[in-house]
Design a protein around this ligand. Sequence first.
Ligand code: NAI
Length: 687
Amino acid sequence: MTTPSAASPSGPDTRVVEVAISDGHALVTIDNPPVNPLSVSVRKGLMEAVSQVNEAGCKTAAIVCAGRAFVAGGDISEFAGPPPLPHLPDVLNAIEASETPFIAVMHGTVLGGGLELALACAWRIADEKTKFGLPEVNLGLIPGAGGTQRLPRVIGLERAARMAANGKPVNAKTFEDFGGLDRIFSGDPMDALTAFRTALPARPAHISERSVDNADLTALKAEITKSAKGADAPMIALETTALAATLPFGEGSQIERQTHLDLRQSAQSRALRRLFFASRSVTRPERLKAFEPADIRHVAIVGGGLMGAGIAAACLAAGHRVTLLERDAESANAGRSRVEAIISKDLASGRITEARAEARRSAFAAGVDYDAAADADIAIEAVFEDPDVKRAVFKQLSDVMSETALIATNTSYLDPNMISEGMPGPGRFLGLHFFSPANIMKLVEVIGTSVTADQTMATAFAFARGLGKIPVETGVCDGFIGNRILSAYRRQADYMVADGASPYDVDKAMRKLGMPMGPYELQDLTGLQISWANRKRQLAAGTWPGRYVDIADRLCAMGRQGRGSPMKKGWYDHTGGTGQPDPEIEAIVTAWRTEHGTAQETFAPDEIIVRIMAAIVNEANLIVEEGIATSDTAVDIVWTEGYGFPKHLGGPMFWADETGIERMREAFAAIETQSPGSWKASDTFKG
Ligand code: NAI
């Protein structure tokens, strides 16, 4: 007997949960694309399915999901308001208490509410490639349907607390070893289900009724405090999970639910959810949706230095064929070694298998002959930041490549219009600005010239998304979105050092805000010479905006060019391995202040933060007002993905909104007074 039934609230055409009964066994199929989130219609459907299978007296009911995932979580779009009935905890309690026992048959990803659903079932079987996790903390939340209370009752307190607090998924083998699965299968899930049902084990005790052994979580707490970097949810998730050891399931899950609902209103969760949605919309500009992206198979990369090698590795990881071109055989070899080093590191760390490493190696070639790029679908130039060298490379590429192939520059600051001017097929040129290390960092700024075709942009966006990147559209200006804001950030930091703050205090304050490092630590890491060259260029062009503090130039001239420089010194002394504050720097700064007769002010850490943020947010506002960035959220994505601005603070624009416009205006007025003529006020800060 087969009894299909619609179980959707929104009419017969949107059946998100279907029940089919055959030979006394039910198959409950969730089909709610793209990843089967537990929207209200699914919750209703599941509730009805529980009644139906019990009324029919089914021996078992298996939950399976259509598409690429089991259930990848709750429906985040419902999180802004009060959750509509039925609530997920009630649905899951009904599944657990059901007379007919449920079997979760899983594949793809089983995340958040999906894992909570699986834990309400009597048995869990999964495809060998399935991933399991409680990623709620990534959205500033904790599970809200018993996840923190059921999981420790299955896999133990320490493991469950770790999964809830770090949000990282584990693979099927690990989850099975933890005791989370009854069986792993490969191949057809229906065959696996039939086999499982044929030798059905005795029904285990309800998970909610099991006890949990207490565990010492001191070390885990220290680890999570460190990795959370100011985000609240990870520690709350850990502590809520720990309740499972002392409270009955009902009490623990009530606290969990209330905490989950409270966190939905928190600034951190609002910030993270906004970034989550924005990172989807920003990476798919509306106007490009009309264009079919061209297929990219073969990527040519010119310049195999730090960036070129990283970009090559990212392209190989995405399955592209890659040809790396260098200026001579020796440099080509060096480039090849850099790419090989990245592949070997991925292999050694277990991120990829030997077979994958081999596939990447065989898809890769390095040389000096541009003919090898003739059939490339896209070329990315990552040679020295010199307009003449870049133009020469673009010319050579356009000589050999088809006019339909894309040619991109990875320039940090230069104008792609100028690099491609006068070359054939002007619509195919653009900027693709990757961030270092390019095989890891997700942000890519996509820069159209005044004549870049939308078709080119559509292909570039699809290509970048295919690399697993977050592409953000950027207009042309000095430094595009990210580096232009970085320049404003550094200028204000320098003004404060000129006027009395120690660079070490500035770094400390920015770390207090949640940045992974302060501006001076960052310069030491990336090298002081890049921004020095850029400042010289701006000074020569007469585009430097206002007051100029040349303390960093003095350091560069002394050879103090950062951690990687021969001297191993920059703003800090790295000769001992770790960067240490250096009395010599204090002396250089003091001498500079005396020479320039600057006022010796004292800046409290919060004042440092708010003044730097005023400079950043003012520049960000200008960028949006000038149309360089399409929205405030685009800026926030650039700064959270590319510059380490804490995601739980939402990005500079979100931070400013939370801080309040009045406080931001006041801080901006203070930096204008501090360095007259150095800041152009954005419309938002005017008046
Ligand atoms: P790099 O100095 O490490 O590498 C440049 C490479 O280009 C060298 O291997 C050099 O041999 C090669 N090269 C020079 N002229 C060439 C030519 N005519 N033909 C072929 N190869 C040539 O520099 P890096 O850091 O990789 O930067 C490259 C580009 O990426 C620059 O435009 C830079 O502004 C930009 N960029 C750099 C970032 C960084 O963090 N270093 C971040 C984002 C962009």
